[in-house]
Design a protein around this ligand. Structure first.
Ligand code: PEP
Ligand code: MN
Length: 660
């Protein structure tokens, strides 16, 4: 029993504590007033100069009173972090309608709790919807049946959650927020009994590893259950207990028998908040941007991208690598950095990244959570003043509009296809108009390789003027083309006609061709912008150079930077040739864009006699290569027989180019 003196002291302490809480509340009210005073100005929410001064001031005051400066600094960092969140929240537009929020897992799982925390921070009414898995939650957002999905992306014990990274790469959802959540584990049961009297402990699979030490110490049997707390509550048998969050214990009416049972007491998870469309974030709000990037497969390529970020004051907060599908031992990278895509300096840095990388997909900009997570050994935290360095960096030249424009890139784009570089030197792509049979395509592959071609072409989905004409061998043809290319050691190019074909075709083809008739199929262009494969964009039958560049912009702006333009002749009044090969487009494009441009004299003239002279002209005028139709027996070709040349003619053409 406590004596009267101790009771008095405790009363004093209670009074001091409630005074502290009052002071914190007053401080937050003043913070809100400061926020209002700044509301009509451009002043950013964070002012790290002032934060540093405040922290130094309180630390010095603490030392003068003989109190640990470190303790006071840590307490004030938390308080200031909270204040920044509050001011940011006031600048983020919120919805008055109820927001539907999806999460994966059981009710009161960490995902559900993190979603509740996130929506409380936004001050919005929410309805929470549980999904069986991450994929289902992302699909619900894409389909519009949920406004947001809150998914875990990393955890300070288990590391990154690959499945969610892969969904970000594949899906067409945007990142619109992040949230942190402290993972607390407890043991709870229907009645307050000693832990060593339990016969059974139920635990979800994901908690077995983090609580391994505790589980070894319990005497009862350990059983796996995804809904451990709910199961134990239903049983109402006091010799059964469950592992889960304290919130789940409360929600199920269970008594907490032991808190803090995870081996690592400081465990946090970070969640991404996804929506169908990206959001604009007020420039005053501390902001992060997430993107997916594929670098060139060469030494120092990633380093160059990181230097572009660092050199412009955009502090990297996370770097994660994932395997690049279909490219063994090549990687794609997920980057989070401090910056806002609506800031011209961030736009400029994205332009620079696009020119250094093969593929850049911006997942979104969103308010950064400044809640400091205790760093684990080995994890890199950004320096505290990194946000300010973005805000105060001197304004550099403004980004100039379109990504295709020469002005947005320092040098020419070089598209790498296997070992072939399109945009450097002169590259010849050759093969039949259509893949017709194994004999035909294997013979063509060998012949064009022996004559010096760099890439094997062959159509398998054919855009024919008449629906009764040969339509191509389809997927079977693609297998043949791939096998022939492999045997000859040549990468392959083939036409993709529909959005639904893109993903599957990208697994096998090295270059995806967009035919003249599809140059303005904007859905197809957007879909090609989302894959990480070079695209050969043919000029439309009656398209201007500007319309052609605008079509290329669709692909670049969706992420894919690897576009090769192909002049293949346009429709004019002239009828002596199938089309009029517009070679003047080459110098015009060399001036206007950094993208490589090749010429197709086969479709450009429609007559095999003119293929050789126009090939030499294309080279003379400064193109980066050719696309030529070559067939073992041109007169029997199932498509474009008149313009196809045979092996001997192709070898002569290549010889002529070498001499010229
Ligand atoms: C082809 O390359 O076979 C083709 C159909 O080309 P285009 O789209 O230029 O007519
Ligand atoms: Mn053809």
């Amino acid at each position: 029993m406590a004596g009267p003196e101790l009771n008095d002291l405790r009363r004093d302490l209670d009074e001091i504590d409630s005074g502290l809480v009052d002071l914190i509340a007053r401080r937050l009210d003043t913070v809100a007033a400061v926020g209002k005073a700044k509301a009509d100005t451009d002043t950013p929410v964070r002012d790290t100069e002032r934060e540093r001064a405040v922290l130094a001031g309180v630390e010095a005051a603490a030392r003068r009173r003989g109190v640990s400066g470190d303790l006071v600094r840590r307490v004030f960092k938390e308080i200031i972090g909270h204040a920044v969140d509050r001011q940011s929240a006031d600048l983020i537009p919120t919805s008055t309608a109820t927001v539907r929020v999806g999460y994966a897992g059981a009710e009161y799982s960490d995902s559900h709790l993190a979603a509740i925390k996130h929506l409380a921070g936004r001050g919005e009414d929410a309805e929470f919807v549980a999904y069986a898995g991450y994929e289902a939650a992302v699909a619900a957002v894409s389909a519009g049946s949920c406004d947001l999905a809150v998914l875990p992306i990393e955890d300070t014990t288990a590391g990154s959650i690959n499945q969610v990274y892969d969904l970000l790469r594949r899906g067409d959802v945007a990142v619109v927020g992040e949230e942190t959540w402290r993972l607390e584990r407890c043991l709870a049961g229907p009645a307050d009994i000693p832990v060593n009297a339990l016969t059974d402990v139920l635990a979800p699979a994901r908690d077995l590893e983090p609580c391994a030490g505790f589980l070894r110490s319990v005497k009862g049997r350990v059983t796996h259950s995804e809904s451990a707390m709910a199961d134990v509550a239903r049983r109402a048998d006091p010799s059964f207990a469950a592992i889960g969050s304290p919130e789940a214990a409360d929600a199920n009416g269970l008594v907490i028998l032991r808190r803090g049972i995870a081996d690592e007491p400081e465990n946090y998870a970070r969640f991404v908040v996804l929506a169908a469309k990206p959001i604009d974030v007020d420039p005053r709000v501390p902001c992060k941007t997430s993107l997916v990037l594929t670098t060139r497969h060469e030494e120092g390529a990633l380093l160059r991208c990181l230097e572009i970020l660092a050199g412009s004051g955009h502090s990297l907060t996370k770097l994660e690598s994932r395997p690049r599908p279909g490219r063994p031992f090549e990687y794609l990278f997920f980057l989070d950095f401090e910056g806002n895509v609506s800031d011209p300096r961030t736009q400029l840095v994205l332009d620079e990244l696009r020119s250094a990388a093969l593929y850049v997909k911006v997942l979104g900009s969103y308010p950064a959570k400044v809640t400091r997570v205790t760093p684990q050994p080995g994890t890199v935290r950004p320096p505290a003043d990194s946000i300010e360095s973005v805000v105060t960096a001197p304004t550099v030249a403004k980004s100039t509009g379109r990504l295709v424009d020469r002005a947005t890139r320092a040098g020419d784009t070089v598209v790498r296809v296997g070992d072939v570089l399109v945009g450097e030197g002169f590259v010849v792509m050759a093969g039949p108009c259509s893949v017709e049979s194994p004999e035909q395509i294997f013979a063509a592959a060998r012949a064009v390789r022996d004559a010096g071609a760099h890439v094997l072409r062959g159509g398998v989905f054919k855009p024919r003027t008449s629906p009764y004409a040969f339509q191509g061998l389809g997927w079977e043809g693609l297998e043949l083309l791939a096998a022939a290319g492999k045997e000859a050691g040549l990468p392959i190019v083939t036409e993709v006609m529909a959005v639904e074909q893109v993903a599957r075709m990208a697994e096998t083809a090295d270059i995806l061709q967009v035919g003249a008739r599809n140059m303005q199929n904007f859905d197809l262009l957007r879909a090609l912008g989302r894959v990480d494969r070079p695209v050969l964009l043919k000029r439309g039958l009656s398209s201007t150079i500007d319309e052609w560049l605008a079509a290329a912009e669709y692909i670049l702006s969706a992420g894919n930077q690897q576009v090769i333009l192909c002049e293949r002749g346009i429709r004019t009044f002239e009828s002596a040739t199938r089309n009029t090969l517009d070679l003047s487009a080459v110098p015009v494009l060399r001036e206007r864009t950094h993208l490589p441009i090749i010429v197709d004299p086969s479709h450009g003239t429609g007559n095999r006699r003119y293929v050789d002279p126009m090939s030499r002209a294309a080279r003379a005028v400064g193109s980066h290569g050719l696309l030529i139709e070559v067939h073992p027996e041109p007169d029997t070709a199932l498509s474009d027989a008149d313009q196809s040349i045979d092996f001997r003619q192709f070898a002569a053409l290549m010889g002529g180019l070498a001499d010229g």
